[in-house]
Design a protein around this ligand. Structure first.
Ligand code: DGY
Length: 329
């Protein structure tokens, strides 16, 4: 029987068609038509579905417990869902485990790209780059140099507060330190991966009180959903900034919009937002808000490396070895 892996969409570093992996012939079938992953899988041939052992998913493919029961019915040999992302909140990993399906992610390869983008957002918001560039872009000129034109905020001497000091958070910390910022991290969301002495960890009250630029790098979990709410925003200093390159749902967007509108926050920069790809009404038209279209890992090198992580797990699927990046062991 041929071995089949379904691939949600064309991804850097993941082949299409017939490939030889450890002496096994594996057919990578790229899914094309259909709104949801299940619909697209449903359109594949019965023979492909009967022999599919793996599915490569994107962060935009949501798989609930009910979807996983359905997927297992359609693909009885399914053993691996390889998510082409480090975040895996789009898959109910516990339900997958109960159905005997391993879920893997792409850790340790997108830290630098995402940290670079985080610093880009911090700089753009602090120095109000976007409105100034837009003025030139739209009018072919600017009002003219004056002592008070285009004033932003300095970063050196300010405190960056990191929520989620993992691979990405730590890289953001190092970059910010190079800009002369003091860096602190939130203690209560500390994970086992945080074992380093580079960043001071503070309890929540003190963390919020001391932070000038709050940057979110935690995964989306039931504990972090809506974490940055009105109460916590209210405890940040007046004139502080919020940056989110994690997941949109970590932030209560209505509360964020209000904090921006009232001027309590100086500005915010979001690379992720609730309900992507459509920005909610609440966040539209705010001059001190910069929103990017989920570009954190969007470099050719990083996307190829993410494909490499996916392929490591598919290789293990083929050879029967433990999956190197399984998140639901
Ligand atoms: C991820 O891998 O989780 C990122 O959000 C993709 O940019």
């Amino acid at each position: 029987m041929q071995r089949v892996v379904f691939v949600s969409a064309k991804c850097e570093g993941i082949p299409d068609g017939i490939n030889l992996i450890s002496d096994a012939t594996v057919h990578f079938v790229h899914l094309t038509e259909g709104r949801t992953l299940l619909e697209r899988i449903g359109r594949c041939s019965a023979a492909q579905k009967a022999s599919a052992e793996g599915v490569v998913t994107l962060l935009t493919d949501t798989l609930t417990a009910a979807d996983l029961i359905e997927i297992k019915t359609q693909l009885p040999r399914l053993k691996l869902i390889a998510n082409y992302a480090v975040g895996y909140n789009n898959v109910d990993v516990d339900a997958a485990r109960s159905s005997g399906i391993a879920v893997s992610n792409t850790p340790h390869v997108l830290g630098d790209a995402t940290a670079d983008l985080t610093l880009t957002l911090i700089l753009m918001v602090a120095r109000r780059i976007f409105p100034s560039a837009l003025e030139i872009h739209e009018h072919g000129r600017f009002a003219g140099w004056s002592p008070s034109y285009g004033l932003g905020k300095d970063l050196h001497g300010k405190t960056l507060g990191i929520v989620g000091l993992g691979v990405i958070g730590l890289r953001v910390a190092r970059r910010a330190q190079a800009f002369g910022m003091k860096v602190v991290a939130l203690q209560s969301l500390r994970s086992a991966a945080d074992s380093n002495d580079e960043v001071v960890r503070l309890p929540e009250e003190q963390f919020l009180k001391e932070t000038d630029v709050l940057s979110l790098h935690c995964p989306l979990t039931p504990q972090t959903r809506g974490w940055l709410n009105a109460a916590r925003l209210g405890k940040l200093k007046k004139g502080s900034m919020v940056i989110n390159t994690a997941r949109g749902d970590v932030v209560d967007e209505t509360a964020l919009a209000e904090a921006l509108r009232s001027g309590h926050l100086y500005g915010a920069g979001l690379d992720v937002f609730c309900g992507e790809p459509v920005v909610s009404e609440a966040l539209r038209g705010l001059p001190n808000l910069l929103i990017l279209p989920h570009l954190g890992s969007a470099t050719a090198e990083t996307r190829a490396a993410m494909g490499g992580r996916v392929m490591d797990n598919i290789r293990s699927l083929v050879t029967g070895n433990p999956f190197p990046n399984q998140v639901n062991r």
